[in-house]
Design a protein around this ligand. Sequence first.
Ligand SMILES: [Zn+2]
Length: 106
Amino acid sequence: MAVEGHYNCGSILVLLSFFPPASVISYCSNCRRAGGALCSVNFLVPISDVKIIDEQGLLKSYEGSNTVSENTIARRFCGKCGSPVMTMLDGERRRLLLKLRYLTRF
Ligand SMILES: [Zn+2]
């Protein structure tokens, strides 16, 4: 089943070719700061199954290297409304962390 989601301003649309069977919760300090919450809840999904529609080129990136794993990650967010969209993991070219709360099924 395909799943879609959008962010606060509706400028960026995310399409997933399936509904992920499990979520990933991070309590690290970087994720808490980035999301302004006690934890960050994501889907770990294959990049090949995600389609990002960003017709206005609003998707921005923040590269952070001060991580527990010491790997650099890229936090992608909407440049218009500031909504976190996904996190690209350094060295992980096949999967990404997609913010769970924006999918329309929730
Ligand atoms: Zn937005």
